[in-house]
Write a protein that binds this ligand. Structure first.
Ligand SMILES: [Zn+2]
Length: 340
């Protein structure tokens, strides 16, 4: 028995983190979210070059496709390989047969020139016709001038902004600093520490596994009036898994809730990337309704079409050799880990 759905949308991903697995332990055990950023992610992103970014994106796109995800909303940072990075990611996703909506997350962590170059990469990619958004890392690593510049560029180009908001307690000033800038087409990742009565406009991106892993707390997105969508924050591309976790986490604070709310968050992905509605995923299980999916781990896609083309058949990608992608990604991971 099989059932078919549209292609799933991962509304918040970091394809560059696909090579992090197996990286050497940081010099010191991170004891807070800020230290996780400093000792893991900000060391890793600074070591990336375009070849590593390419194979990281190939691996991440492959793993997404293998889980029925045909569209990835990616948020990228590579401070020592900024120029051209968005093309590399978009091309890798296209090669595998997955749609992408990319953004370069600007930051002043490397000085105002770093933010300027990040913004220029967003502008260059978008003006050339690329599918993307303007990226901001987060308010707490950006000056007010950088936040205004990113918001202004996005408005000029008619696209939204993809930004982390109040993921940890170090970013609780975000709503005050972003309040006047946000619009309905902004994507607000995490919002764990965002007050319920905030005034930010945009879609909130809930990343249950990442929030648990970073011990930042539970966003409880059902409390917001904003639209909510589901992401992985770089921990793979399995949106059904994000849905299952989102459901049981909501259940942990409200035993009366059913899986319908978390399922509606999964469906929001199709509002963000409407093209994915045209894609089809034939699943190993029937029916694909919220109650069944919530309690059936291991459901997998058998056949996926994207843009009318079969991109996964019998669980195997048709456009790339999965073994080769994994082998190349391992080589690049070894190069990356040697730099840390
Ligand atoms: Zn993120």
């Amino acid at each position: 028995m099989t059932a078919t759905t549209p292609g799933l949308v991962c509304a918040h991903h970091h394809l560059y983190s696909a090579l992090a697995r197996g990286m050497p332990a940081p010099p010191k055990v991170a004891t807070s979210f800020q230290e996780i950023l400093e000792q893991v992610w900000w060391r890793l992103d600074a070591a990336l070059d375009l070849e590593m970014i390419r194979w990281s994106a190939m691996l991440g796109a492959l793993e997404a496709l293998e889980n029925g995800t045909t569209a990835i909303v990616d948020h990228h940072e590579s401070p020592n390989a900024i120029e051209g990075s968005l093309d590399v990611i978009a091309e890798a996703c296209a090669e595998v047969g997955v749609r992408s909506v990319v953004a370069y997350g600007i930051t002043d962590r490397h000085g105002p020139d770093g933010a300027r170059r990040g913004l220029a990469e967003n502008e260059r990619f978008l003006r050339a016709g690329g599918r993307g958004l303007v990226g901001i890392h987060a308010a707490f690593t950006c000056s007010d001038a950088s936040l205004r510049a990113a918001a202004g560029l996005a408005a000029d180009l008619g696209v939204g902004v993809h930004v982390h908001v109040a993921e940890g307690v170090g970013d609780i000033a975000a709503p005050a600093r972003l309040g006047d800038l946000t619009r309905d087409d902004w994507l607000l990742a995490h919002c764990v520490h965002l007050p319920t009565n905030h005034t930010l406009r945009g879609t909130i991106l809930h990343n249950p596994m990442s929030n648990l892993n970073n011990a930042v707390g539970y966003a409880n997105p059902a409390r917001f009036t904003n639209r909510v969508a589901l992401g992985t924050d770089g921990i793979g591309g399995n949106v059904l898994e994000a849905f299952r976790l989102a459901y049981v986490l909501q259940r942990s604070v409200d035993v009366t809730c059913g899986p319908g709310t978390a399922w509606s968050w999964l469906e929001t992905g199709w509002d963000l990337v409407p093209e994915a509605r045209e894609d089809t995923v034939e699943w190993s299980y029937d029916p694909m309704d919220p109650w069944h999916v919530a309690f059936t781990p291991g459901i997998r896609p058998l056949r996926v079409t994207a843009g009318g083309e079969v991109v996964l058949e019998d669980g195997r990608p048709t456009r790339v050799d999965a073994d080769e992608v994994r082998a190349k990604a391992r080589e690049q991971a070894a190069r990356l880990h040697a730099r840390l």
